[in-house]
Design a protein around this ligand. Structure first.
Ligand code: FES
Length: 326
């Protein structure tokens, strides 16, 4: 059950391999409107996984262009199937996508900005950097990566930012120390972050620890990167004999809805909280992959965002839908 979502037909115009395991896709809607979209915008792409329709969300790379929408997809080893589907597409392929939308509210009135990207999280940060450079404000971009050779858009960023780009390549022993970085930032700096969940958790802790107000740390997530590997797990439904297997490549939300247990949703990115359902028992471990619940709420394990969060073992949930009401 979803609220608003308008799908538009589009064509994959071209692909370009921009780093090992990272491919850029240029997608042009049939009715293309090249007006600017907000920083941090993403589009949803309809993909097919094991013959079933699914949705994947990808950040748009850079600012609006007259050629179409650009996304970059990392071929993930523990992919739930979205990156595999995207990577087998050839130019000319037809796709259904949604119009760009952004949940990353940027306050443009600050004097200084600190941008932080981890790995493929550089995709929404690139457009933010372009927009801020045009505005002539104080900006530094910290880009964390395993190695320069594996990093996307490094040359573009170096050309645009010069020494305002700080590369943290772990194979060079230059790991990003978020605590040290935030301790040196002046109050009033706005930070824009995009990276994996573990890095986001560290950023939030370090940000608060350095005395900055949490609303000044804005972030985008992948919505699919957790702390446990992406593996199948089981979900029992309270008050029924139903036990469902959640395969590696599907979300709990999709499996519940496909089996008639109407769970509401909206963003499917772990951000809005609409899909949250009650957890009754955990026989294993929950991997909370949302950014909706607080750390404390996640520790309590009383609710789970069914769209992105996963588990190891078996969890019992209450969808509040009773068998006699189905
Ligand atoms: S649908 Fe928004 S958090 Fe799950």
């Amino acid at each position: 059950m979803r609220f608003i979502e308008t799908w538009i037909p589009a064509t994959l115009v071209s692909t370009r391999d921009i780093a090992p395991g990272i491919r850029e896709f240029l997608i042009r809607p049939d009715q293309f409107d090249a007006t600017a979209y907000p920083v941090g915008s993403h589009i949803n792409v309809s993909v097919t996984i094991d013959g079933l329709p699914e949705t994947r969300s990808y950040s748009l790379v850079g600012e609006a262009s007259s050629h179409g929408f650009k996304i970059a997809v990392r071929r993930a080893d523990d992919s739930r199937g979205g990156s595999r589907y995207m990577w087998q597409l050839a130019p000319g392929a037809r796709l259904d996508i949604t119009q760009p939308a952004s949940l990353l509210a940027v306050d443009w009135s600050r004097e200084s900005y600190c941008l932080i990207a981890g790995g493929i999280g550089i995709t929404p940060i690139l457009g933010a950097a372009q927009a801020l450079v045009r505005r002539g404000v104080d900006i530094t971009l910290h880009y964390a990566m395993r190695s320069r050779a594996e990093a996307a858009y490094l040359d573009d960023l170096a050309g645009m930012l010069g020494d305002r780009l700080v590369v943290h390549a772990s194979d060079e022993g230059q790991r990003l120390d978020l605590g040290a970085l935030f301790a040196l930032l002046r109050q009033g700096t706005l930070s824009l972050f995009c990276g994996p969940m573990r890095m986001l958790d560290a950023a939030r802790h370090a940000w608060i620890g350095a005395g900055h107000p949490l609303p000044d740390l804005r972030y985008e997530t992948f919505g699919s990167s957790g702390t446990l590997p992406t593996e199948p797990f089981r979900v029992r439904l309270k008050g029924s004999n139903v036990e469902l297997e959640i395969p590696r490549e599907r979300s709990m939300l999709d499996v519940l809805n496909a089996s008639g247990h109407d769970v509401m949703y909206d963003c499917k990115r772990g951000e809005c909280g609409l899909c949250a359902i009650d957890v009754v028992e955990v026989d294993g471990e929950i991997d909370h992959r949302d950014v909706f619940f607080s750390d404390h709420q996640k520790e309590c394990n009383q609710k789970i965002c069914a769209c992105v969060s996963r588990a190891r073992g078996t969890i019992t949930v209450d969808t509040l839908l009773r068998a006699d009401a189905v």
